[in-house]
Design a binder for this molecule. Sequence first.
Ligand code: HEM
Length: 224
Amino acid sequence: MVQTRKQAREATPDSAAASDNSTPSPSPRKSKSKSKAKLIEEEDQVSFGVIDFLRIVLGVVVFSCALSYFIIGDSYVWGQDKFFRKQWNGVRRVFVKPIYMDEATLRLYNGTDETLPIYLSINCTIYDVTEGRAKYGPGGGYSFFAGRDASRAYITGDFKNDLTWDVSGIDEDRVKRALGHWANFFKNHEIYTFVGYLIKDPNNAKKKEPIEGAKDTENKRDEL
Ligand code: HEM
């Protein structure tokens, strides 16, 4: 039984002595004071462990979330939802096993089947953009990006003729700048999530003949 400091001080000589009967004591008075000191020492040694620390942190987090919801109304994180979603997406990406998908399979995820999520690919990296159904779903202003990798169109802005991953023939700096901009847009997006990688079909290259000096983007995933 743990005694408080006060209880220890007020303990009767008998009880104090009884609690310390393991050590031989020459005099009852000495034994009494020793046992009191021991009890006080024991009480002072109450350890503050990792579990206690985690309990406090959890308590503070729960309290902060509740207060935020009470004050702001629709946010548990003081309106910083986008920031936290972005961080979560980054963490998630490290642990999620990427799916490797060929172009034919990716086409199924273009939003026409409402039971499936909407995927798009950029620089051969696939993202789930279902939350952007208004833009990428059927009838949306950017529906042509859904279910395919249209990396070239992100650079040229030709949404009719350049809906292909093939960026050959375009100046490398321009590829890095323009495609890099949009690749980072999806990579760092707070709502769209990483899915995996596209397995390119060489038959879908825009130019059937390789252009001299043009480089394959196969190994440039995520490098932009
Ligand atoms: C290379 C050219 C362009 C590319 C690759 C491009 C790409 C995109 C993409 C991917 C989005 C969707 C962003 C999201 O998911 O939130 C978007 C949104 C948008 N773009 Fe473009 N865009 C281009 C040019 C333009 C131009 C010239 C205009 C204006 C005439 C424009 C107007 C818009 C608007 C208004 C939105 C927001 C749509 C919304 O939130 O509903 N874009 N753009």
